[in-house]
Design a protein around this ligand. Sequence first.
Ligand code: HEC
Length: 128
Amino acid sequence: MRRWRPSAPPTDLLFNYPLLIMKKLIALLALAGVVSIASAADIVGDAKAASNKVSMCIGCHGIEGYKSSFPEVYSVPMIGGQSAKYIVAALNAYKKGDRNHPSMDGVAASLSDQDIADVAAYYSQQKK
Ligand code: HEC
């Protein structure tokens, strides 16, 4: 059943609407096999530019079988050698809250689209 809506949409709808559209867009793009957000489509990742950006990832990622113990014991997935598209999609998912993890939410939120493209290029070029 459709809910009645006043002619002036409530502010929460106004606020959420672009987000809803973005989510639909992302779902569509993902379906089409283009896992990237619309605005990031023309951003090219530069692995060299990432070298100073990955310094904050290295503490957790990149050590084989590494486990971190804060706030609870968890294993950290290896991302070296992972496809750039996957890394971009994962980071955007944490950034938007589609995927949640106490450590990664904060990390992803601090990255711009260009940062994400750069670190994805960097890690995808790393040997497994
Ligand atoms: C404090 C530790 C920590 C830091 C720092 C960190 N990560 Fe993570 N990362 C994790 C953990 C733990 C997971 C798995 C979380 C989960 O289960 O969703 C993860 C997951 C990921 C994933 C998804 C991997 C998969 O297999 O789905 C990507 C991509 C990623 N991190 C990239 C990065 C990048 C790039 C940086 C640096 C900019 C970074 N992380 C910094 C702990 C960290």
